[in-house]
Ligand binder design. Sequence first.
Ligand code: URA
Length: 439
Amino acid sequence: MTYFPAELIKKKRAGLAHDRAELEFLINGFVAGTIPDYQMAAWLMAVFFKGMTATETSELTHVMLHSGRTLDFSSLHKPVVDKHSTGGVGDKTSLILAPLVAAAGIPVPMIAGRGLGHTGGTLDKLEALPGFRIALSLDEFQAQVAALGTALTGQTAEICPADKRIYALRDVTGTIESLPLICASIMSKKLAEGINGLVLDVKHGSGAFMKTVEQADLLADKLMEIGQHHGKRVIALLTRMDEPLGRFIGNAVEVGECIAIMKNEPYLGRPPEDFADTRELTLELAAAMLWVGGASPSLEHGRAQAEDLLVSGKAWQKFAEICRAQGGQLEQLPTPTVRQVVRSTANGYVAAYDTEKLGLAAIAMGGGRLKTSDVIDPVAGIEVHKKLGDAVVEGETLFTLLGGSRRSFDEASAMVVAATTISLQKPVVPSLITKRKVI
Ligand code: URA
């Protein structure tokens, strides 16, 4: 059936719902080049203002998912699972989760992303390991998942090409912050991996895209609805991102923190106990992945199983195996060569962080990209000496700026100071996991 693009734009502008055929006409036409950017942009803006019904969002996800290749792991005869985080600062759990869950016999085909805005990306972290190949072909990716239980790679042009093109257009037309567009974008990519179960880490707080618990709760509901419509087992954890996760923000240093957790050894002078929050969140997400993957009868059992896989060194062995398979030279993980401490000018307690600003400070130092052509300094980053609620005295170190050069250290120093609130009253710090949602 032929539609008139302008009529479909007007239909959405009027707040009416599209059916699958209309969405196929628009999305497939855009990918094929028969719908021009200006019409797609107008339609996206209409969606931004008028939203979409749950069914419509699910149909949009379906159409985007089928705009490219989808993976099929049914020959493994095992449930296949993955995790998606809505993004944060120091958010490094994927690096431990993929090997840990694979070590339990549950395949994890992880198609990861680059940093977005102030947040870091798993691909940038992996690339800090010299030689690590993050651009596997889909055939290589599938073969490695079958052989080793997991592989980590970047999105290829064959997976969800509609999302790639639409996302680029949203980025320049002020239409990123639309719930149905965000949900369809995230879920189409995850569903294309051929998974049976998905664990969502939906973050809220000053370092998350969703600043409030309520917004995160709504996003979790919408993502879960789509998963359910597509017959997947989904669990969502709402987690605090009002301070960086763990002690390091950056790329090589985040890999270092994860290795320290997996090997239970110190990193850059910090004992593994200092990484308790990263470890805790990773174990909770792992428990959920083991449960949705059917390896554990309950979340409690999954948690015990996850701890066992971590403590026994099995997660570490699997990580080393993945690195060998993908060319990453673990023994050559670079370490920062330049350091500058940032001290407190007040006495009291760390009461709040503007975590987004901390992420942006790390990016300014070369830990991320402001534009796609920017070159990352793999060792650039920030060591966070104080967690929320910690006492601090004047002159004590709050942060150490790290890098391979002093790139933007002065600017970053001012940013991290401005991002830190110290008060005389000890704040109440809530639990890292705010809510678990299961369908
Ligand atoms: N992440 C995505 O992959 N897509 C969005 O639209 C937002 C965040």
